[in-house]
Design a protein around this ligand. Sequence first.
Ligand code: ATP
Ligand code: MG
Length: 399
Amino acid sequence: MTNTLFEKAKPILESLQSHNFQAYFVGGSVRDYIMNKSIHDIDITTSATPDEIESVFEKTIPIGREHGTINVVYQGDQYEVTTFRAEGEYIDHRRPNEVYFVRNLFEDVKRRDFTMNAIAMDMQYQIHDYFHGQQDIADKIIRTVGDPSERFNEDALRIIRGLRFQSQLGFELDIDTYNAMEQHISDICHLSIERIVVELKKLMLGNAIKQSFNNLRQFQAFSYMPFFKHFDLSKVTIEQPMPITVFIALLKVQQPDMTSNISDLKMSNQEKKYIDKVVQIIEAIPKVQSKAQLKLFVYDYGKEDILEVLSYADTLKENQIAINSPFIINSRAIVEMAQVLPIHSRKEMDINGKDILALVDKPSGPWLKSTLREIECAIITDEVNNYKPELIKWVKTHV
Ligand code: ATP
Ligand code: MG
């Protein structure tokens, strides 16, 4: 059966072949195609060197030239085209600095991580499967290419990748692969945190997160990772897929006394801000005890983010995090409150700091900020209308 994405990319293989190079689809797209899953980015592996790839195609971007990867821009899409390669010596359990370009497919797939990721497919949809990847896919087994202990010793990220695939695909780990993971887990302390986080993000979102997370705990994987090593993960159960940001927020709320620095994870400012916000929402939930407080809560944190956090209520409860009774906080109540908010941000208030200073005979100071907040709360809880003359009257009697 053909596939639209492979059909679109076919001319790239054709061009390489017409210049007497070998070229194949490889990696995740072939694995997902065999599993009948929708495929995303297509990786191509070829006997052409980076220079040769550039000479064949009009538009290329030398994205990872030193590891042999050139992006080919074709009909508006980008394809990663990588030269067949074998890897040099591994130092410190990280990816090697040196790569050797080789001229045959077997050598290239031999250095790939798992049998299901080492399957190549040509233009005619013929499969080249040197390590029984198709059988392992049929049996739902994750198995390294070659001796697992050697492969994890070379690059410990493969351990986390293996657990990431377990979570995403719901496959079992081959017993030797599992044992070697346990044996080599401490080597992940040599990896860059960026590479770990890329895999952890995908792992946390996998449908089989429960098994995969149990294995991470079993191996004490987190104790070898920056930031996470400060938490006691034996207290944490994760049984539903969630963004890593929510997972981190959960840890911070459950174990607030841990001295840890979120910057160690080198996440974006946007992600860090979101983690803080989720922490605030989780901590605010049990304090909401009345309709007025609920309204203020919805105003302060926004419907979308609150609903997102509430979707993890079961997990939070399982992790001994106090959550309000669903009679007080539930998605319907949140949606209804959001609809009746008189204002949605401070900018919509019909009075500002300048107005207040003009009314009150006091120099500006921290009191102004708290006064604005008081007025804001009064508007939200319908104590006063958001109408300047009424607000002025309110200020005169309250300040
Ligand atoms: P996804 O569908 O999530 O992209 P993928 O299998 O394509 O999964 P990538 O990270 O895109 O994963 O890597 C592409 C391919 O490169 C893999 O299928 C595998 O063959 C190879 N690969 C990636 N990382 C490693 C590694 N650390 N060691 C060995 N081979 C690897
Ligand atoms: Mg991929």
